[in-house]
Design a protein around this ligand. Structure first.
Ligand SMILES: Nc1ncnc2c1ncn2[C@@H]1O[C@H](COP(=O)(O)OP(=O)(O)O)[C@@H](O)[C@H]1O
Ligand code: SF4
Ligand SMILES: [Mg+2]
Length: 333
């Protein structure tokens, strides 16, 4: 059978996306400073798959996710979903496209309105997007409670009457209510106890299979990323430093930053654990408002060379599904 062209299976593409924040002036005469939280990100996400985005706090993961959902303005670049140019959409057209893309937030405590009953929270996207008739919406809410493992008699309770894990189930029911194609999960289990994390991750995987969902899955936790993601992009100071399928990234990481991150996670395989030594990341990340030229990781890289402080390494393909931005790693061909 011939290879399916990548284009036909791609749901979301980002081309050179930049999101900058203009920060308040420190004094009347100072120039306003610019913080480039996302700096030239190019990515594509395949249908039915999970694209992981991993990186330390402040690397730009949430900003990127909010920009894709059009909840923050993009300052440069292009975003297409199913071939639709998302950044050109306004008004009704944007509203229509929004139903195909939903968000699950990190904190199920603050992302649910405490004054609304659970059924109203789950129903809200159906009302807002005028999906189905009023009576059909009641049926849909019942169905959604079943799907995420909540009992129907819990529909009339308020958020504070649920545990953390149950609250995240409400957040998930709300996210899938409009039958989206894409669900962006921003640290969906980081606020939960470890035992509950596994239940929620398994629920997300089951729903992905049942509903054919595509996920963008953000986490700072490599264990969670390995459990959930098909492809992984490693972000640092607004840039992607490495992107690969799960096997390549975890077995043959190429970027010094990815290697250091992975070396900090104890491997389940004892031989591997004995073989690998922990790479310490020392030094501080650069100030995001005054970024020096060259590689973003240079101030902390154990393999830094002179050229790294001058030239920014481009993100190049070293394999069909493996991209790396480091002067020490050779491009394919
Ligand atoms: N609304 C904002 N205004 C100014 N700076 C922001 C804003 N939101 C995020 N930032 C900055 O952008 C950078 C990336 O933040 P964020 O996307 O939240 O990272 P992450 O989700 O990876 O922790 C950080 O330096 C953060 O301080
Ligand atoms: S380009 Fe240089 S500083 Fe950057 S990761 Fe590679 S070796 Fe380290
Ligand atoms: Mg975040």
């Amino acid at each position: 059978m011939p290879d399916t062209p990548v284009e036909s299976t791609t749901l979301l593409t980002l081309q050179d996306v930049e999101v900058s924040f203009t920060l308040k002036r420190s004094s009347l005469f100072a120039k306003p400073s610019l913080l480039r939280a996302v700096d030239g990100v190019t990515l594509s996400v395949r249908k039915g798959q999970t694209m992981g985005i991993v990186g330390e706090s402040g690397s730009g993961k949430t900003t990127l996710a909010l920009a894709v959902a059009r909840l923050l303005p993009v300052t440069r670049g292009q975003i297409h979903m199913n071939g639709v140019d998302l950044l050109s959409l306004r008004g009704e057209a944007l509203r229509n496209e929004r139903r195909h893309m939903q968000f699950i937030f990190q904190d199920p405590y603050s992302s649910l309105n405490p004054r609304l009953r659970a059924e109203k929270i789950v129903r809200e996207p159906l009302d807002r997007l005028s999906i189905a008739s009023t009576s059909r919406r009641d049926d849909r809410v019942r169905e959604l409670f079943d799907q995420v493992g909540l009992r129907r008699d819990q529909q009339r309770l308020f958020p504070h009457q649920f545990s953390g894990g149950q609250r995240q189930r409400i957040g998930i029911a709300r996210a899938i209510a409009s039958n989206p194609s894409l669900v962006i999960c921003d640290e969906p289990v980081s606020a939960l106890d470890v035992g509950v994390q596994a239940q929620i991750l398994n629920l997300l995987r089951r729903l992905q299979e049942e509903l054919g969902l595509t996920y963008v899955f953000i986490s700072h936790d490599l264990g969670v990323i390995q459990h959930m993601c098909d492809t992984i992009a490693v972000m640092y100071m607004g840039k992607i430093l490495e992107e690969a399928d799960r096997e390549s990234l975890f077995n043959t990481p190429k970027h010094p930053y990815t290697q250091a991150l992975l070396s900090a996670v104890p491997s389940a395989d004892i031989n591997r654990r004995n073989r690998e030594r922990r790479i310490m990341i020392s030094g501080d990340p650069p100030n995001p408002i005054h970024l020096p030229p060259g590689c973003r990781f240079a101030s902390r890289c154990p393999q830094v060379e002179d050229r790294c402080r001058v030239d920014t390494p481009p993100l190049v393909n070293i394999d069909r599904h493996h991209r790396v931005a480091c002067h020490l790693v050779k491009a394919a061909g």
